[in-house]
Design a protein around this ligand. Structure first.
Ligand code: PAF
Length: 282
């Protein structure tokens, strides 16, 4: 696997591949990679000839009291894992390479509407930072396809909107959520969980299944959400939201039977966990 810290060097390599008629797939990450990330690389491989991954803990998507400083950075094991997953090139840029005029001097981005709800309402500025860095990465790599996990469903929707609205010539490929055997969605933040929190964390997936099952029984979304929140709080979570939404993240209508999601964001100790479950009730 080739490794680049400078965008100009990566671009030269990608230019060679393009001249040879090869399609480029892209998997952006913040590192601390797990099986879920390697599955993204494998999925990208189904759509492209050469796979580029990036590892960059993006400061602009973290709020002032969030975990930017302690976000786990494990480049050596990440590089081994990406090599094993068949990745062809890695972009590992510095903050200066990504933001040459600094994070205060950089061009700002705002994706309207969809970023005001759910995680956007609880992490002000987060999705602006995500859109900003993903737009930069798309411009640097210029991939034919880019793969994003469905676990970060709202992020996926923000990126789809941004890529369409800004005419990036890239196809966004969503990847299924990978779960541990007890249902916990794989996430780099799972390793923050202390002692019994790891077991308690499985309650998020159980609650998503409860929400889906109650929807199938005809319970109205408001009632499901109130009960889900109460169950999570009883289990020790501080709940940001537990909501039923349509696949475009608008509020569901009484007649909706297909394309629904249950979404949860909740904190356990110092760890904020998110997950979602897509379902139909017909
Ligand atoms: O999902 C992530 O890991 C990050 O939000 C992303 C898309 C790599 C942007 O920093």
């Amino acid at each position: 696997m080739l490794s680049f810290s400078k965008v100009a060097d990566l671009r030269r390599q990608i230019g060679d591949w393009r001249r040879a008629g090869l399609r480029v797939g892209f998997v952006p990450t913040m590192g601390n990679l797990h099986a879920g990330h390697f599955a993204l690389v494998e999925l990208a491989r189904q759509h492209a000839d050469k796979i580029v991954a990036s590892i960059f803990v993006n400061p602009t998507q973290f709020g002032p009291n969030e975990d930017y400083a302690r976000y786990p950075r494990t480049p050596d094991t990440d590089i081994d894992g990406l090599r094993g997953a068949g990745c062809d090139a890695l972009l590992l840029p510095s903050v200066e390479e990504m933001y040459p005029f600094g994070t205060m001097g950089c061009v700002q981005m705002h994706v309207p509407g969809i970023t005001d709800i759910l995680c956007g309402a609880h992490r002000p500025g987060h999705f602006n930072g995500v859109a900003q860095v993903v737009a930069r990465l798309f411009n640097m790599v210029q991939p034919d396809v880019a793969v994003f996990g469905r676990k970060d469903y709202q992020q996926l929707q923000v990126i789809r909107y941004m890529a369409t609205e800004m005419s990036f010539p890239v196809r966004i490929v969503p990847a299924p959520t990978l779960r541990e055997t007890d249902g916990l969605a794989m996430s780099s933040r799972n390793q923050y969980l202390q002692g019994e929190e790891r077991q308690t964390a499985t309650f998020i997936y159980q609650t998503l299944c409860f929400m889906r099952d109650q929807a199938a029984l005809g319970m109205p979304p408001g009632g499901i959400e109130a009960e889900a929140r109460q169950r999570l709080e009883m289990a020790g979570f501080t709940v940001d939201y537990a909501e039923i939404r349509r696949s475009d993240l608008s509020r569901p209508r009484a007649s909706d039977e297909k394309g629904l999601l249950a979404l949860i964001a909740a904190r356990l100790g110092r760890t904020r966990l998110i997950d979602n479950l897509e379902f139909d009730i017909a």
